[in-house]
Write a protein that binds this ligand. Structure first.
Ligand code: PLP
Length: 410
């Protein structure tokens, strides 16, 4: 009798699991993730156990948010900015974003086309939701920020990767992208300077792409320019804002997370064309209502206040990237492209006898260095590792010493 009871309970348990399984949508089951967060959790756990960890995994500046910006956030709270704001963001902030764009790119944008969001990531999701559908295709960089593919899949559209190639400084080839376009292509996502490669797309290649797009008037573009203030190599950064011919089909993603070391404040913005801004606004109302009011006042100070913190960080990332790239190239069996921007090195480790993921795990377990397998950024990331240079020079040097020791013992 007891055995029968146990069997019945087990049967009911299985039915319940199957039922739950049927409840969740396929698109939710298909959501991807950012491995950087799980590597961070694993590294923290090892650190708690007393292991020396050098964290070159997570992609965030190791600087604190500058003091004058923090003070502006505190003042906003003291001044009583505790309620909802306009879903699109406080008008002064949207105006400041437009002035910043004008100052840096000499391009006039109306505040009506700006949407302030809780983190640049939201713009990836909104663009995919606005333009992705079951009968559509969206092109995205690979290796690239993993949320692109995840958001495209969630939208129902077919994700079509285009390759960033090491032999051309991790640029794309415009011809390669143009050859992948068809009537179903609703959006092309571009990211320069790039996470994870540190590459910058040269102007000539962008010119070629924009020219070719004249034959595809229904394809939109989303340019993720979140690292645009961290450019230090020979290849100059070109914003897609500089191409008036695509003004009506361009979405820009940018924000404060990297430029002002504000990842935890959750602040970003999108520039949307007239045809999309109302729908993007509605998405904001449906999803998050508005961005934290005091954070918006801090963001305002970030744009209107002194900018020396930005050049200080740019110089630091330039110096550290150089150290890391030079040291990595001294190692046997590893080679590394000279990063042009952002704060990542993306060395080629394909001569080692390990998959990227196995080497990521070996590195963390045996040396305490947290880095991210290239495959976390897509299939074409196999044979690479991503190291973040947003760490002190001492940590970078020590990490390379440990890596060198590990390689000599293989
Ligand atoms: N785009 C790229 C290429 C990124 O690397 C990141 C963050 O790492 C984001 C967007 C998202 O930034 P945020 O923290 O503002 O959401």
């Amino acid at each position: 009798m007891y055995k029968l009871h146990k069997k019945l309970l087990f049967f009911l348990f299985i039915c319940k699991c199957c039922h739950c399984f049927k409840m969740i949508t396929n698109r939710s089951l298909n959501l991807g993730t950012e491995t950087a967060f799980s590597v961070l959790a694993k590294a923290n756990k090892l650190a708690e156990q007393g292991k020396e960890i050098i964290n070159l995994g997570i992609g965030q500046p190791d600087f604190l948010t500058p003091e004058h910006i923090v003070e502006a956030g505190i003042k906003a709270l003291r001044d009583g900015h505790h309620g909802y704001t306009q879903a699109s963001g406080i008008p002064k902030l949207r105006e400041a974003v437009c002035s910043d764009i004008f100052r840096r790119h000499n391009v006039e944008i109306s505040p009506e086309n700006i949407l302030i969001v809780p983190g640049g990531k939201v713009i990836i999701f909104f663009s995919s939701m606005l333009l992705g559908d079951h009968d559509r295709e969206i092109l995205y960089p690979n290796p690239g920020f993993p949320i692109y593919e995840s958001a495209i899949r969630f939208s129902g559209a077919k994700p079509v990767p285009y390759r960033l190639k090491e032999n051309i400084g991790f640029s794309f080839s415009a011809d390669d992208i143009l050859n992948k376009l068809n009537k179903k292509t609703s959006l092309i996502i571009i990211n320069s300077p790039s996470n994870p490669t540190g590459g910058i797309i040269p102007k000539e290649e962008i010119d070629k792409l924009i020219e070719g797009l004249e034959n595809h008037p229904n394809t939109m573009l989303m340019s993720d320019e979140i690292y645009d203030q961290f450019c230090f190599g020979e290849t100059r950064f070109t914003s897609l804002l500089n191409y008036p011919s695509i003004k009506d089909r361009l979405i820009i993603l940018n924000g404060w997370s990297k430029t002002y070391a504000m990842t935890g404040w959750r602040l970003g913005y999108g520039v949307f064309p007239d045809t999309l801004i109302d729908a993007a606004d509605k998405l904001a109302v449906n999803v998050h209502s508005c961005v934290n009011a005091s954070a918006q006042y801090a963001a305002l100070e970030a744009l209107n206040g002194p900018q020396d913190c930005v050049s200080m960080m740019n110089n630091a990332f330039k110096k550290r990237s150089k150290i890391m790239f030079e040291q990595l190239n001294k190692l046997d069996l590893i080679s590394c492209n000279d990063p042009q921007g952002a704060f990542y090195c993306f060395p080629n480790i394909s001569k080692l006898n390990f998959s990227s993921l196995d080497f990521q795990n070996k590195l963390l377990n045996e040396t305490g260095i947290a880095a991210i397998a290239g495959t976390s950024f897509g299939e074409f990331g196999e044979g690479y590792l991503r190291f973040s240079c947003a760490s002190s020079e001492e940590s970078i040097k020590r990490a390379i010493e440990k890596l060198s020791l590990l390689l000599s013992n293989l």
